[in-house]
Design a binder for this molecule. Structure first.
Ligand code: AMP
Ligand code: ZN
Ligand code: FE
Ligand code: FE
Length: 292
């Protein structure tokens, strides 16, 4: 048990990953993990399939979602919601709002790309996404396939990331709203990949974490594919100091992010104890406040 590993952050075709939820479960088993959380952007559409496959294969599974909160660019603040109740009305409201934000943004990106003489249509993007949540990696994959760029990274740097020629922001929730809605959906909110906050010093990072904790934050993602040893050490200390639980995951996206392997967070493996603690917090939350 003590040498078992888990992966608490990954994406499927329900958002911008390239493997189906059932395939992600299979890959997780092949990667030797004993528990998995699926954390697609803005949707829980993949969790029923993943959970059924996990039950069949004897893999522990936890429901998740990843939400982008409002935060000064080019930094990003992502909040993971673990154990959200897929039947919750608050969750349905939340995902509807988030997807509306994408529906407003996506055609603007495509229009701008077309103005730059790039042949890409909204139909192609919808096709690439397979009718689920549409994200910029779907557009990047098309740009790459058509030879407009030579890598996913170049697609973002040149066109899709802040400062890129076809960048448009989408409407986001404030951190407060994101946390409240996760909590009201019966979930446990965890700050994802704190490195992406791009804070300039420890003081700034600590202020943000304290503010989020006051709003109901429960955990910190200390292990992640973007975190090197210094970050893992720093975030572990901060989690302990602020009384936050620690989580970790790969942020696997299949072939949309080729350098990331399921089951591995930047050459580290995430200890099973992180999953056990998270599962306890999810169960405790359910007991304290049954979701509407
Ligand atoms: P969206 O959900 O449409 O806002 O796109 C977010 C997705 O794009 C996430 O999977 C990000 O990791 C990915 N992404 C954002 N910026 C970059 C970048 N500069 N290079 C590669 N992927 C990125
Ligand atoms: Zn993604
Ligand atoms: Fe993220
Ligand atoms: Fe992610």
């Amino acid at each position: 048990m003590s040498n078992e590993y888990v992966d608490l952050h990954c994406h499927s075709t329900a958002s911008d990953g390239t493997f189906s939820p059932a395939d992600v479960v299979q890959l997780a088993l092949q990667a030797g993990v004993s528990a998995l959380a699926l954390t697609d952007h803005d949707t829980v559409a993949g969790v029923a399939e993943a959970s059924a496959e996990a039950a069949k294969r004897g893999l522990d599974f936890i429901t998740g979602i990843e939400i982008s909160a409002d935060f000064p660019q080019p930094a990003t603040m992502h909040i993971l919601g673990y154990g959200v109740d897929p039947a919750s009305n608050v969750l349905a409201d939340l995902t509807r709002r988030l997807i509306e934000g994408r529906d407003n943004r996506n055609p603007r990106i495509i229009k701008k790309l077309n103005e730059l003489n790039i042949k890409i249509t909204m139909d192609e993007v919808e096709n690439e996404a397979g009718g689920k949540v549409i994200g910029r990696p779907h557009m990047a994959a098309i740009l790459l396939r058509k030879g407009y760029v030579s890598s996913m990274k170049q697609a973002f740097d040149k066109y899709l990331a802040p400062g890129g020629l076809a960048y448009f922001d989408k409407e986001r929730l404030s951190p407060r709203e994101a946390l409240e809605m996760i909590l009201q959906s019966g979930g446990v909110p965890v700050l994802a990949h704190p490195i992406q906050l791009r804070t300039v010093n420890d003081g700034e990072l600590e202020r943000i974490i304290k503010d989020l904790k006051d709003l109901g934050l429960v955990g910190l993602e200390v292990m992640h594919s973007d975190h090197g040893d210094p970050q893992v050490e720093k975030y572990t200390k901060l989690a302990d100091r602020f009384g936050l639980i620690k989580t970790g995951g790969s942020d696997f996206h299949g072939t949309n992010k080729t350098r990331i392997k399921l089951g591995t967070a930047n050459s580290r493996r995430v200890p099973r104890a992180f999953f056990e603690t998270l599962r306890e917090r999810v169960a405790a939350g359910r007991k304290a406040a049954p979701t509407p």
